[in-house]
Design a protein around this ligand. Structure first.
Ligand code: FES
Length: 136
């Protein structure tokens, strides 16, 4: 394994297991001959990579200014209330992981979020409930 291929290897590990475990990070560091903290640093730099097991669905609410100016905080609070977890946490049934993210390119529909790969915009607390209920 070469250092220039590190990000692709990390993405592949994430795709296989849904997260990048400590053991995988150690193996990659050893294979490339770099420190564990270097691999960990790359893994934690990108919000779409995780070092923790994820729920079946990942909800990522945009925390960038255009969404915040369109009641993004109210929508984020509605997600917290409906799921009963804070950003960075996973529901006890393993159904949802809730995260904050930077702009997802849907500013014209602010406030916006991703559930897995699908974008949802023009969010309201009422729409949040419906969207979350549609994901098993
Ligand atoms: S600022 Fe929220 S989607 Fe762009």
């Amino acid at each position: 394994m070469k250092r220039h291929d590190l990000l692709n290897q990390i993405k592949e590990a994430q795709k296989e297991k849904g997260f990048v475990s400590e053991a995988v990070i150690q193996d990659m560091a050893k294979a490339i001959g770099i420190s564990i903290s270097d691999v960990y640093g790359v893994t934690t730099f990108y919000s779409f990579l995780s070092t923790q097991p994820q729920g079946r669905h990942t909800v990522r609410i945009c925390k960038s200014v255009p969404c915040l100016l369109q009641n993004g905080e109210t929508v984020s609070a509605a997600i917290e209330k409906d799921l009963g977890i804070a950003p960075g946490e996973t529901t006890s049934d393993g159904r949802f992981t809730f995260e904050l993210t930077n702009c997802i390119g849907a500013c014209d529909q602010a406030p916006a979020m991703l559930v897995d790969d699908a974008i949802y915009g023009n969010l309201t607390p009422e729409r949040i409930k419906t969207i979350l209920q549609s994901h098993d």
